[in-house]
Design a protein around this ligand. Structure first.
Ligand code: ADP
Length: 536
């Protein structure tokens, strides 16, 4: 507790001392506490309050008090705001004095006098300091001067503390953004040592912040494979261009070099030895002096993007191959038939026309699949033309009849209960589903075997299945096979025709019917694809 020193010389020292103590403080609550304590001592008061202006609500609120109880603060807030509005109306002094007296009396019967001092900074009313006394004494102009300069010091300190608080809040906001960013963030100093990383960075790289911070970045960002230069090489080549402090901001913005970020992508080696496809954008941060202070790296997981790109490439080569084969056959047979110098017998002509027709059919199916797939993509789903009496058992029987002609290695079994019900659905699309499953069953059982097509039903739904005794699908591939353009990488898929669209279409169509599709498979023993569709 401070004590009142002897007046006047030592009091000035005292004032200086507390001014220093106050202005050195940045914690607002502590500043207010000290200002209040010193003021109460200066005026030999019993009670002191500091109210600060809250610009958001445009009201004054008590932020520090001494000599009164917590319960008295709400009522005091009201009286204070009434007092402030009287002040702002420029009403005469007597009314103000009256109001202050009433305020004093409302706090305690013993309080008979109040001295109020505004806290003003750069003409901004920051708050109000009031000291209440239990005796009435005149305040000399010298006292007032000292008090005012003291209040000014306090206002500066309050202003500093408020600014500091704002900066602190801003900093907290930035750290929250940094920490919860879905992209990985790494902050480097000018020597490329790691200063900070966020949570997403930890998850993406397997490095904890504790292990990574303080390390040179190339100890942590290790590329398994990289497209182009890494950060180290870029810096060695002169990136980033040093900011010229003589340039204006506008010139800087126009200068390509300054705004340049550096992008690198590749396969990052995680700490646990796994790899991850990432793209990192590095941005330089310069100080006022034009010197490079930090480099901020933003890591994005581009696994899906790369996979999509790869699939697109595979798709383009498969589709062009798939299109070229039938076109080449059609062209070959047609030009042979139309050769002016040859006369073909009827058998050859019929056979050749048969091949042309078959290949044209294959083209039609392929083009239909492509169109349906791009339509699904564009419309985010399949649009159904519903009929309410689609018989999957009948569609299956006729699909089997069609396929039977194409193979002599496979035996077909069709197995439906005799009362298998009709369902609401799009017959054309469901036929496409059955055809696709059946074609796959044949394609992926090159040694032949039995293909069983059948169904079951209950009150709510019907289930349809196609079972083969073919090569099967490894478990790790099961989550992928319904993706667009996805083909399992094995010997058979490199030699059989396909675009990786079939099961994607099948799943999209089943989904559109409110159904689900699944597969059970055992490599070398065969697969069963089954889907369930609701009956209403
Ligand atoms: P594709 O045009 O390659 O046949 P699909 O989308 O129909 O494309 O099938 C995707 C992949 O799933 C195929 O490449 C194949 O590897 C695998 N697959 C589909 N059906 C079967 C099956 N009955 N048996 C084994 N593998 C299958």
């Amino acid at each position: 507790m401070l004590t009142l020193p002897e007046f006047p010389v030592r009091q000035r020292d005292f004032l200086l001392e507390i001014s220093r103590a106050i202005t050195a403080q940045l914690d607002l609550t502590e500043v207010l506490r000290r200002v209040l304590e010193a003021s109460v001592i200066m005026l030999a008061g019993r009670v002191g309050v500091i109210a600060l202006n809250d610009p958001e609500t445009a009201t004054f609120r008590v932020r520090a008090y001494t000599g009164i109880k917590r319960e008295q603060v709400d009522a005091l807030n009201e009286r204070l705001n009434a007092f402030i509005s009287t002040v702002s109306m420029g009403t005469d002094r007597r009314l103000l004095d009256q109001q202050l007296k009433e305020m004093a009396a409302s706090l305690s019967e013993e309080l008979v006098q109040a001295v109020a001092m505004p806290l003003v900074f750069a003409e901004n009313p920051l708050g109000l300091l009031i000291v209440f006394r239990s005796y009435e004494a005149s305040v000399t102009s010298n006292d007032l001067q000292i008090m005012q300069s003291f209040a000014d010091q306090a206002a500066i300190a309050v202003n500093n503390a408020q600014m500091f608080e704002q900066i602190k809040q801003e900093q907290q906001r930035l750290s929250a953004i940094l920490e919860h960013n879905a992209d990985g963030v790494i902050i480097l100093d000018a020597n490329l040592d790691i200063l900070q990383v966020n949570r997403a960075f930890e998850q993406m790289t397997g490095w904890t912040a504790d292990d990574a911070v303080g390390q040179p970045q190339e100890q942590v960002i290790i590329w398994h494979q990289i497209d182009g230069r890494d950060l180290h090489d870029a810096v060695a080549d002169g990136w980033p261009n040093i900011k010229d402090p003589r340039k204006t901001q506008k010139e800087e913005n126009q200068s390509q070099a300054y705004s340049d970020t550096f992008y690198v992508e590749g396969e990052l080696a995680r700490k646990d030895g796994l790899t991850l496809s990432v793209g990192i954008t590095y941005a330089p941060l310069f100080g006022q002096d034009g010197k490079l202070h930090n480099i901020i790296g933003n890591l994005r997981d581009i696994t899906n993007f790369r996979r999509a790109q790869e699939m697109q490439n595979v798709f383009i080569s498969t589709v062009s191959h798939e299109l070229r084969t039938p076109v080449a056959l059609i062209k070959g047979y047609a030009s042979t038939l139309t050769r002016p110098d040859a006369k073909w017998n009827e058998d050859i002509v019929r056979n050749s026309l048969g091949v042309i027709e078959e290949e044209a059919d294959r083209l039609t199916v392929l083009i239909d699949d492509l169109l349906t797939a791009s339509k699904i993509q564009a419309e985010h789903g399949v649009r159904l033309r519903l009929a309410d009496d689609v018989r999957l058992d009948i569609l299956a029987a006729s699909a089997v009849e069609r396929q039977r002609m194409q193979t002599d290695k496979h035996t077909f079994v069709v197995s439906f209960p005799s009362d298998f019900p009709a369902i609401p659905g799009d017959a054309t699309l469901l036929r496409q589903v059955i055809d696709n499953l059946l074609t796959n069953a044949m394609k992926y059982s090159p040694r032949g075997g039995t293909i069983t097509v059948g169904g079951r039903f209950n009150e709510d739904s019907v289930t349809f299945f196609v079972r083969d005794e073919g090569i099967g699908i490894p478990e790790s591939e099961l989550p992928n096979i319904f993706s667009r353009f996805y083909r399992v990488d094995n010997k058979l898929t490199t030699t059989t025709k396909g675009t990786g669209l079939g099961l994607y279409l099948v799943k999209s169509i089943v989904d559109a019917h409110g159904g689900t599709i699944n597969v059970k498979s055992q490599p070398d023993y065969g697969s069963t694809f089954y889907f369930t569709i609701p009956r209403d």
